[in-house]
Write a protein that binds this ligand. Structure first.
Ligand SMILES: Cc1cc2nc3c(=O)[nH]c(=O)nc-3n(C[C@H](O)[C@H](O)[C@H](O)COP(=O)(O)O)c2cc1C
Length: 217
């Protein structure tokens, strides 16, 4: 039987790329640095740079995390798309506070974000849905995301049938699928440094302005 335990204690990364945050030259808006780090991340991992961990909380204050994809970014916040009936969406309808985590190992960088979500407009969701590949559109229609289904349920067979029923007709966005905007009120930029002396730059949104601070590693 495999046993990963021997690796858990042994493997060590010393974060020795020698990148750092220049605290003397930081923009007033966290979005400037976030944009530039995200751009860098796409250069080293174009397929996964926009993947992030999204955490929500239940009515009983129990946290829950999963990976979703960043699909829009502006100074208003971050946009992702999902099923509005999913587990995450049910939690968000009760408590719209989220925690976000991007980790780009090749850059030894992490960004933590906190904020509150709201649904984006139907038009924005339509526009994004229309831009998706047909099979992704069909997948959104076929999946009652987060609901229990029988172990032997054949989703691929349903996809083939739906594809043939549609016969190349345009697919409308189901009203239970769409985007959320995360309005951020906190960013923390973490840059790995040798000897665990990492850089941490924080931005907190207070009275309409971003307040900058630094944290001990
Ligand atoms: C790389 C990656 C990207 C994903 N992107 C999305 C996404 O953009 N939207 C989404 O709803 N689920 C996405 N998922 C699936 C979610 O992690 C999760 O399984 C799903 O949203 C159901 O979560 P929930 O039951 O907590 O609502 C992605 C998973 C991975 C591993």
């Amino acid at each position: 039987m495999s046993n990963p335990n021997k690796n858990l204690k042994k493997n060590r990364v010393d974060f020795n790329k020698n990148e750092s945050i220049n605290y003397n030259h930081i923009s007033d808006s966290p979005y400037d640095l976030f944009n530039s780090w995200l751009e860098e991340a796409f250069l080293v991992d174009k397929d996964n740079a926009n993947a992030f961990v999204l955490s929500t909380v239940s009515k009983d204050s129990l946290p829950s995390s999963r990976v979703v994809l960043l699909r829009g970014l502006s100074n208003d916040g971050l946009i992702f798309f999902t099923n509005y009936n999913s587990h995450k969406s049910l939690e968000l309808s009760n408590n719209n506070n989220v925690s976000v985590n991007f980790f780009w190992p090749e850059l030894e960088k992490q960004v933590r974000i906190k904020g509150a979500v709201c649904k984006i407009s139907d038009q924005e969701s339509d526009d994004y849905f229309d831009s998706r590949p047909v099979d992704s559109q069909l997948g959104a229609i076929l999946s009652n995301q987060s609901e229990d289904i029988p172990l032997g349920y054949d989703l691929s067979e349903k996809l083939v049938r739906l594809r043939s029923d549609l016969n190349n007709r345009k697919i409308d966005r189901p009203e239970y699928w769409g985007g959320y905007l995360i309005k951020a009120n906190y960013f923390e930029f973490w840059q790995g440094r040798p000897s665990r002396l990492h850089d941490r730059l924080c931005y907190t949104f207070i009275n309409g302005l971003w307040k900058k601070s630094r944290k001990s590693p």
